[in-house]
Design a protein around this ligand. Sequence first.
Ligand SMILES: C[S@@+](CC[C@H](N)C(=O)[O-])C[C@H]1O[C@@H](n2cnc3c(N)ncnc32)[C@H](O)[C@@H]1O
Length: 178
Amino acid sequence: MKKDIIQRYDEMGGRIYEERYREEQQEKYRWANKFLEECQLTADIGCGTGLFQKTRGGGFVVGVDASAALLEWARQANQVGLLVRGDAEQLPLREGVFQVVTCFTVLQNLEDPEVGLEEMARVTRPGGVLVVSWLKKRFQLSEVVKHIKSTDLKMLELCEDNNLKDWITLLSKSCKNS
Ligand SMILES: C[S@@+](CC[C@H](N)C(=O)[O-])C[C@H]1O[C@@H](n2cnc3c(N)ncnc32)[C@H](O)[C@@H]1O
């Protein structure tokens, strides 16, 4: 885990994070939620202040993040209940449990984004889906495709909206991968 990055998020805190990023993140969730059904057991990796969980009613979404300050904001200000402090490259979650795994604007922070992607694939149930967004400033589209190809995940949809700062990918985990 990159401790300096987490420290930066801790120092920023939930209020400033949301003032800066809430609006642009909401656009990404809108695209993702078109593909997701209500009540699917979901893990949101790098959940930050729990903004995505709030769009899903919160009840079926477990959030994982490394920043204690952002998790605290999620709990106190956003009343999100299901939160775990942990590292996206070593998820404290069991294998093959989640119907949906989401990850918005987090992979640019990891030492090895492929490890993060593998971890997300591991905790996804066979036949489940993932929504993963990739900061364009950090990842060219060809790199996104390469990272996905390095896993057993399959790309179902790609959001290339020029107004968004991320590529957003909808991925599936094959039923055969148990
Ligand atoms: C740009 S924010 C995105 C937050 C949230 N996904 C959203 O949509 O608002 C990046 C998040 O990744 C988290 N993060 C960075 N490195 C991490 C790691 N190794 N493990 C878990 N979370 C991490 C940060 O604490 C921060 O909450």
